[in-house]
Write a protein that binds this ligand. Structure first.
Ligand code: ADP
Length: 273
């Protein structure tokens, strides 16, 4: 197991890593800031069986993923479980950012920029035929210069798969109906559904989706055809995009590639040149 990672060049040297302070709490352990060879990094600690086959597969996959809108993996360290070392995203997750700044500080062009950033990252994953499974504003992180990047794919996903009962932790409010039924059916199209929910989160400045509804109500009513209304002051073209992401039939939902074109057009209308 370790051999393969070393060969791939993704096994980092713990003696080179300078660990800083806790900056977040993940599902499997704390997240620290730090430095690795003069680069500022985030270190995610995961307590689990890292020799699991799922990890090696994901590590191999992740070596191939490089995109400006995906949080970059530097590598991993096998130490009391697993340390995942990524680029440091100093402005934290998008949901918190929008909640704390709010309407007065973040304009609609910037919201559009975030939506486009995430869409570009997802179009890249789509082109690689990779499914994220947990796309949500809490899993989008912001760099120092406000670039939104998709996080929590690959290795972290593998960790949650080898850990415990998945179904107990399903992100119900972000899940396509077919991803909630008995035989779980994840696909790029269920990611598209989640992206629609993420658009809703962005344009409502980080509100919880399906406000005031219980998880049980969400499942029943979404299955019965209920869809969220447009957030206050949402651009009509964006709400139109959300609603097609939420088509019951997965194949009627758009591709990320198509949505990127749409969002670029919207952007051009507002920032020509
Ligand atoms: P989990 O998916 O296990 O719940 P996350 O990846 O969401 O854990 O990490 C938890 C929190 O830690 C995030 O919400 C974010 O605030 C912080 N965090 C995670 N990765 C980074 C990073 N690369 N840069 C900065 N902060 C991060």
């Amino acid at each position: 197991a370790e051999m393969e990672l070393t060969k791939a060049g993704w096994l980092l040297d713990i003696t080179v890593l300078k660990l800083g302070h806790i900056i977040g709490e993940g599902e499997f352990g704390a997240v620290f800031d730090g430095e690795y060879l003069a680069q500022r990094v985030a270190v995610k600690t995961i307590k689990c069986d890292v020799t699991a086959q799922a990890f090696l597969q994901e590590a191999t996959v992740m070596t191939k993923l490089q995109h400006k809108n995906l949080v970059r993996l530097l590598g991993v360290i096998l130490h009391k479980g697993l340390l995942i070392v990524t680029e440091l995203m100093t402005k934290g997750n998008l949901a918190n950012f929008l909640r704390t700044r709010g309407r007065s500080l973040v304009g609609s062009v910037q919201l559009l920029r975030f939506a486009l950033d995430v869409c570009e990252g997802m179009a890249y994953l789509e082109s690689k035929k990779l499914v994220h499974r947990d796309l949500a504003a809490r899993n989008v992180l912001l760099s120092d210069d406000d670039v939104a990047k998709v996080s929590d794919f690959g290795l972290t996903r593998a960790a949650s798969r080898v850990s415990d009962d998945q179904r107990a932790k399903l992100p119900v409010r972000w899940s396509a109906p077919e991803a909630l039924t008995k035989e779980v059916k994840y696909s790029t199209k269920s990611d598209v559904w989640s992206y629609g929910i993420l658009l809703w989160e962005i344009f409502s400045y980080g509100r919880q989706p399906y406000p005031k509804m219980s998880l049980k109500e969400v499942m029943e009513r979404v299955e019965g055809g209920f869809r969220m209304e447009a957030p206050e002051d949402c651009l009509p073209a964006i709400y139109a995009l959300m609603t097609i992401c939420w088509a019951k039939e997965p194949r009627r939902r758009p591709t990320f590639h198509k949505m990127r074109e749409k969002l670029e057009q919207e952007m051009k209308k507002r920032c020509p040149g």
